[in-house]
Design a protein. Structure first.
Length: 297
C-alpha cells in the first residue's frame, strides 16, 4: 500500500512547463523551477513573478476548483496577501486536473523561517485580527465543504491514535492518547458555520524578511465550518504569551472551542511528524516538534 501522500499523477518540470506554455502563451519560455511538494500538490516558480500549483491526487482537484472560485472573493476582506489565482489551467488529455498560477509572494514558510518564540509572539496580534476578519466574512448560500470532514472529532481522534506509535520518540504516547480521548468528547460547534482556511499551521504562514506576516498560502481546504479548526494555530504555533495576545485581537472564545482547537493542533503536530520523517522533510518534522513543545506550555 502506498503512503497517503504518494502522487497519483506526478507532475514533472517538463509536464508543468508544457502545460503552462500551451495554455498561457505569454509565459512560454520562462524558467520553471520546482519549489515544493506537499500532501496534494506540487508547486513551481515560473519566471520571477509567478507560482503555479498542480494537484497530484484526484481528491485535490475539487479543492483547487474551490480556490479558483473563492479566493478572489475573500482576498479583499483580509489584511495580508493570499494567492489569488491569475492564471487558470484546465484539465486535458495529458493532465486530468485543474491548476492555477498566482503572483509570487516573497517570504519563507513558517516551518523554515527559524522563528524564535519572541518572534512568534510578535506575530500573534496580526494573526488574531486576520482570522477574526476571515471568520466574520459573510458566507454564501452555496459554500464549499471540505471532503475530509475535519470537524468530526471522533474521526480525528481515531487518525491521531493510529499514528501515535509512529511518533513515540517525540511525545508521551499514553498521555497524549488519554488527552485525545477526552478532547474527542468536546461539544461541537453550535454557532453558524464560518469561513475557515481549514489547514492553518506553520507551513502555510509566509514570513517576510522583516519577520512579519507576509501572507497565508495553500487554501485548498478552504470551506465553511467550525472556526476551531483555524484556532488550532494558537496551540501548535504560538507560545502561551502569544495565545493571550492572539485572543486579545481575535476576541474571546468558549472553552469548548479552545478544546476542539487543541485536538486539531495535536492532529496537525502528529501529521507533521509522520510526514516529515516519512519523506525526510526536516523543516516539517521540526515544525511538528515545535508544536509538541508549544502545546506543553
Amino acid at each position: 500500500m502506498s503512503d497517503p501522500w504518494t502522487p497519483e499523477v506526478p507532475v514533472s518540470v517538463d509536464l508543468a512547463r508544457d502545460l503552462i506554455a500551451t495554455q498561457h502563451h505569454t509565459l512560454a519560455g520562462l524558467p520553471v523551477t520546482p519549489i515544493g511538494q506537499g500532501w496534494d500538490n506540487r508547486a513551481f516558480r515560473v519566471g520571477a513573478r509567478w507560482l503555479f500549483r498542480f494537484p497530484q491526487r484526484a481528491i485535490a482537484a475539487p479543492l483547487m476548483e474551490s480556490e479558483l472560485r473563492w479566493l478572489p472573493v475573500l482576498a479583499p476582506r483580509l489584511s495580508v496577501p493570499i494567492p489569488v489565482p491569475v492564471f487558470r489551467g484546465a484539465p486535458g488529455p495529458r493532465y486530468p486536473f485543474p491548476f492555477a498560477g498566482v503572483r509570487w509572494l516573497e517570504g519563507e514558510t513558517g516551518c523554515r523561517a527559524g522563528l524564535t518564540d519572541a518572534e512568534r509572539v510578535a506575530l500573534a496580534p496580526r494573526l488574531g485580527a486576520l482570522l477574526r476578519a476571515l471568520h466574520d466574512t459573510p458566507t454564501p448560500d452555496d459554500p464549499p465543504h471540505n471532503p475530509f470532514d475535519k470537524a468530526d472529532l471522533e474521526r480525528k481522534a481515531g487518525l491521531i491514535t493510529e499514528r501515535l506509535p509512529q511518533v513515540a520518540h517525540a511525545l508521551p504516547v499514553e498521555r497524549v492518547a488519554a488527552e485525545v480521548r477526552a478532547l474527542a468528547q468536546t461539544p461541537g460547534w453550535a454557532g453558524a458555520p464560518r469561513w475557515i482556511h481549514g489547514d492553518l499551521y506553520a507551513r502555510h504562514l509566509l514570513i517576510g524578511p522583516d519577520r512579519a506576516l507576509a501572507g497565508i498560502i495553500d487554501w485548498g481546504d478552504l470551506c465553511v465550518s467550525d472556526p476551531a479548526q483555524d484556532l488550532a494555530l494558537t496551540w501548535s504555533f504560538l507560545p502561551a504569551e502569544g495565545r493571550a495576545a492572539f485572543y486579545t485581537a481575535y476576541g474571546p472564545v468558549d472553552a469548548a472551542t479552545r478544546d476542539r482547537a487543541r485536538l486539531q493542533a495535536i492532529h496537525s503536530a502528529v501529521a507533521m511528524l509522520v510526514y516529515g520523517q516519512a519523506v525526510e522533510d526536516r523543516a516539517m518534522r521540526q515544525a511538528g516538534l515545535d508544536a509538541v513543545r508549544l502545546m506543553s506550555d
